[in-house]
Design a protein around this ligand. Structure first.
Ligand code: ATP
Ligand code: MG
Length: 234
């Protein structure tokens, strides 16, 4: 369960304080699929970054599975992130000097997971990149880079996967491929998915849609139309 309690984020901008997130309170149960939507500048990426522990809120707290991450020190937080959170950036953020395989190996080796090489190879196979293992990011298309990013984010099988517009830079067919990959991770491992998206069809395959406007929750609703996905144990 992810609990955001009266979360506020203020930053200095143009010589004054601006409020980017204003009193956000929300609870996301395990295994839920959540879309965060809203206009540009409404605070979606900021919110996702706070849930990931990439930033600290000005006030309020973030508690994940009973652990308050908003007051953790950097080292503990880094370990927590490594073990619990997969994060997919809009712009892929692959390491340019490493091959596809090496990019996926990074989190596995940091976590000291045995059989890292085999797992990374399997994951890239699962995202359809078995023949691209030794390609560098510049040698991959946008959709292929995003698939490497999905494989990397999921390498340590985190219980929570956060994705910031994971299909934003892709054509719709490739975007659907990425989306079905994320849904299959949810189905097979019970992964909690929190996705920022501008894409209606993507939002419609989530169970819940939280809309932000000017840093506040404008609406928070269950999505009646979404097809139910069979639950499986983690
Ligand atoms: N480091 C920063 N310093 C000052 N202002 C910031 C900073 N980061 C973000 N902002 C401001 O906070 C607001 C929310 O930004 P955020 O990136 O969360 O929006 P978003 O909803 O993800 O938008 P988009 O859909 O364009 O990605 C924006 O007005 C942005 O200019
Ligand atoms: Mg954003």
């Amino acid at each position: 369960m992810i609990i955001l309690d009266h979360l506020t984020m203020r930053l200095a901008g143009g010589g004054r304080q601006i409020t980017i997130l204003d009193d956000i309170t929300v609870a996301i149960p395990d295994k839920q699929r959540v879309a965060i939507v809203g206009p540009s500048g409404s605070g979606k990426s900021t919110l996702l970054g706070l849930i990931a522990g990439l930033d600290q809120p000005t006030s309020g707290s973030i508690t994940i599975d009973g652990v308050e991450i908003s007051t953790m020190r950097e080292n503990a937080l880094a370990r927590y992130r490594r073990d619990h959170i997969g994060y997919i950036f809009q712009s892929f953020h692959l390491i340019p000097t490493l091959t596809a395989l090496e990019n996926v190996l990074v989190p596995l080796e940091l976590a000291g997971i045995r059989g890292a090489q085999a797992r990374a190879t399997d994951l890239l196979g699962a995202v359809g990149l078995a023949s691209r293992l030794s390609h560098y990011p510049v040698q991959l298309s946008g959709g292929e880079q995003q698939r490497v990013a999905v494989a990397r984010a999921f390498a340590c099988r985190p219980p929570i996967l956060l994705a910031d517009e994971p299909t934003g830079n892709l054509d719709s067919a490739t975007g659907q491929h990425i989306m079905s990959l994320l849904l299959s991770l949810h189905r097979d491992f019970g992964t909690t998915l929190v996705l920022v998206t501008h894409d209606r069809s993507m939002a419609s395959s989530m169970e819940r849609i939280i809309a932000l406007r000017d840093g506040r929750i404008e609406s928070d609703s269950l999505n009646d139309s979404e097809p139910s996905v069979a639950e499986s144990p983690r």
